[in-house]
Design a protein around this ligand. Structure first.
Ligand SMILES: C[S@@+](CC[C@H](N)C(=O)[O-])C[C@H]1O[C@@H](n2cnc3c(N)ncnc32)[C@H](O)[C@@H]1O
Length: 357
């Protein structure tokens, strides 16, 4: 079995955006194909017209550049399973994809249907592990470059595929499950926590979100994003006409400015600007670009609230705005539909030229 198709996991309701994005990405790489993505199914599949081109695309595509997919798995045809023996066809398909994997993921769409499938799939795991071992498949090899995924889409149907370590999500089902910290004044805190994990690696987090660094939080009330920065020892100016959590102000690390986030300017350059204001995405993209262009901050993370329709087009429009503002000088932009994002995406923007690694 070869793996010419791309299986993309996403939040239910965003299959269309996944389809638009993967079609555009493939077309830019010279690959034509079509997408199967049933509304609210929680996944989409790109199939190139030509299998070899599909395999090639799977090798070249960069997961980090994709906005809407949570996970990227290269797979073959849908596997039909028999009631009495689900395990044998899966282990045979796995064997045809390789013999050494860095992990085994038994997964399903993040939907209500998916939840009921997990009751079926979980008990299958030990049987599958045994069958794979019998086939000579190693699925816990730390030096292997691919993970094995079994993605159930029905009781008797699954996709068997692989993801590449470093070019896919490390999280099971592509979902960053984070526990709500008890001290945070709002659940929004999880968005910034996830964004930081998504956009910065461990070393970058330690270097660039270090104690004593400075940040501005635009649209900060009641303070979930500020709380994340305070936890990391940053000094924060929280800009919002709304109230801030008094406990945050008592830390001595937060100054509250009751001001309009579009008019506020820092007295001196800061390390970070973060922004969670509920405003039109284009206006926020323009503002973030201005902060970077003017050197008011070195890096920024901002949330773009998307319209119900034309979400993909809106993301593209925001990309265009950033490019227009910063294209001449070089910039680094990444946009992701985070697990903790709903009708929104989160972006990271910095002035420096940085290669995707
Ligand atoms: C989604 S809430 C922010 C939640 C916050 N990030 C947290 O974690 O607690 C959006 C905030 O943006 C503020 N806001 C909207 N427009 C603003 C503007 N023009 N200037 C400053 N704040 C604004 C609102 O007052 C609101 O508190």
């Amino acid at each position: 079995m070869s793996a010419p198709r791309l299986l993309l996991y996403c939040r239910a309701g965003f299959e269309k955006e996944c389809a638009q994005e993967i079609t555009a990405t493939a077309a830019a790489a010279g690959v034509r194909g079509f997408v199967k993505g049933r509304p609210d199914s929680g996944f989409a599949i790109f199939q190139a017209h030509d299998d070899d081109m599909g395999v090639e695309l799977g090798k070249r595509i960069e997961f980090r550049r994709l906005v809407f997919p949570r996970q990227l798995v290269r797979t073959g045809e849908l596997l039909a399973l028999a009631e009495g023996d689900r395990v044998s066809p899966i282990s045979a398909a796995a064997r045809s994809l390789g013999s050494r994997f860095a992990g085994l993921r038994i997964e399903m769409p993040d939907t209500n249907d998916g939840k009921s499938l997990s009751a079926l799939a979980k008990p299958l795991t030990p049987h599958l592990e045994k069958a794979l071992a019998k086939e000579g498949v190693v699925f816990d090899d730390d030096r292997a470059t691919e993970r094995l995924h079994v993605f159930f889409v029905g009781g008797l149907a699954c996709h068997v595929g692989v993801s590449t370590i470093g070019n896919s999500s490390d999280w099971p089902m592509g979902i960053a499950r984070l526990r709500m910290p008890s001290g945070s004044p709002s659940r929004s805190t999880l968005k910034l926590a996830e964004a930081i994990m998504q956009f910065l690696d461990e070393k970058e987090r330690a270097q660039r979100l270090a104690p004593g660094m400075t940040a501005i939080d635009l649209g900060a009330s009641p303070g979930g994003w500020t709380w994340q920065l305070v936890q990391r020892g940053l000094m924060v100016i929280a800009v919002d006409n709304g109230a801030m959590d008094p406990a945050l102000l008592e830390t001595g690390q937060v100054k509250h400015r009751r001001d309009d986030g579009f008019h506020y300017r820092p007295a001196e350059p800061v390390d970070w600007m973060v922004c969670d204001m509920v405003e039109s995405p284009a206006r926020i993209a323009r503002l973030a670009s201005q902060w970077i262009a003017q050197g008011w901050c070195a890096e920024t993370i901002f949330n773009l609230k998307l319209p119900m329709k034309k979400r993909w087009e809106e993301v593209e429009r925001c990309r265009g705005i950033v490019d227009e503002a910063l294209g001449g000088g070089g910039y680094y932009l990444r946009i992701k539909h985070l697990y903790h994002d709903r009708e929104e995406v989160t972006a990271y923007l910095a002035r420096r030229r940085r290669e995707l690694n």
